[in-house]
Design a protein around this ligand. Structure first.
Ligand code: FDP
Length: 342
């Protein structure tokens, strides 16, 4: 009996390590520090993934957010994910400073360790309100070069526009665990093979399909949207011009909604509304890293008026409206917001 043509053979398997190393070889000036930082991130993703798959056991075993059998309070999963990432990156000499959605201030590197040349910003567990319902969540990372020259990194290093990103990574804890990353040379997706604990290349060179299928928005906020956003949504539904409207899919977990639309074509938007005039999502930890991935996959991200990647952040936890996905759909949203329609 012969193997089916689709059966992977060892020579066709690309581990994340091999993929990153091959990309690094195209840059003779590379020192390997970024490569190692990306491995650290992949490892953190595997550890978080292993914790998340045990989330449903919390009431039985006393895991995150519960009281354990010794009567001690146990960390919630988003806090735990935050600690895992910090612990894996605070001593390696690769990172100058970190900041995360879970911490009000920057996370400084202790003076007892060498400060590295990269800045690591992250959302440890995006969509965490879904955890109790067994819905996909994710972790998002943004990596920059430090701007300050020496010593521990500072707030200045963290407040950089997305245009200066070196790499963006997200890890999706879904029906399988996937890692998707870009260093500005396309977008590549890896699926965790749980029995061997390796991320294997499953989605090389992801491009957003030109024909979009879905729009994703929390439509329950419609009554507090602006008239322009209401009209744009009707346009997407096909009530205003588009021959066949898009289908609505909204998980309420940004990474999951973004990932689906990246592979199927579509737009995710979380506009400003009366209750959240600045939007809800975080510029540094959510919008910017995903904007880089969208752009590298042929898409675009905007706050409704300007490219997300062009915004100079002023504070760590800045919020922003977000429109992200197929370029034509995002540009049409901008046109509606300018009052021009489509
Ligand atoms: P969550 O509050 O569960 O962490 O940024 C956080 C986020 O989820 C996104 O992942 C998600 O897209 C959005 O908020 C959902 O907000 P709504 O419940 O207001 O729709």
């Amino acid at each position: 009996m012969t193997d089916s043509v689709d059966t992977p053979t060892p020579s066709r398997i690309t581990t994340i390590e091999r993929h990153i190393l091959e990309a690094e070889r195209q840059h003779p000036e590379a020192t390997g520090v970024l490569t190692n930082l990306l491995y650290d991130i992949a490892l953190a993703g595997k550890v978080i993934s292993s914790q998340i798959t045990r989330a449903g056991l919390a009431p039985i075993l006393g895991l995150a957010g519960e009281i354990n059998v010794q009567g001690e309070a146990v960390m919630k999963l988003d806090r735990l994910a935050d600690m895992i990432i910090q612990n894996m990156n605070d001593h390696t000499g690769r990172v100058a400073v970190m900041a995360s959605e879970e911490n009000p201030n920057i996370i400084s590197i202790s003076k007892k360790y060498q400060a590295g040349k990269y800045v690591l910003l992250f959302d440890p567990l995006d969509g965490s309100s879904n955890i109790d319902y067994n819905v996909s969540t994710g972790t998002i990372f943004a990596i920059y070069h430090r701007k300050t020259e020496k010593g521990p990194g500072t707030l200045v290093d963290c407040l950089q526009p997305g245009r200066d990103l070196v790499a963006s990574v997200y890890i999706l804890y879904g029906s399988s665990t996937m890692l998707v990353y870009t260093t500005g040379q396309g977008v590549h997706g890896f699926t965790l093979e749980p029995t061997i604990g390796e991320f294997l290349l499953s989605h090389p060179n992801i491009r957003i399909p030109a024909k979009a299928k879905y729009y994703s928005v929390n439509q329950s906020y419609e009554s507090s949207w602006s008239e322009e956003i209401r009209q744009y949504t009707q346009y997407l539904q096909g009530l205003d011009g588009v021959p066949k409207g898009l289908s609505l899919r909204y998980i309420g977990s940004l990474i999951s909604d973004f990932h689906r639309n990246l592979l199927s074509g579509g737009i995710f938007y979380y506009p400003a509304n009366r209750e959240t005039p600045e939007g809800k999502l975080r510029l540094l930890y959510e919008a910017v890293p995903l904007a880089f991935i969208a752009e590298q996959a042929g898409g675009y991200a905007s706050d409704g008026r300007q490219n997300i990647l062009g915004i100079q952040p002023t504070h760590l936890h800045q919020r922003t409206p977000l429109f992200i996905g197929n370029r034509d759909l995002v540009e049409t949203a901008e046109a509606f917001i300018r009052g021009l329609g489509h």
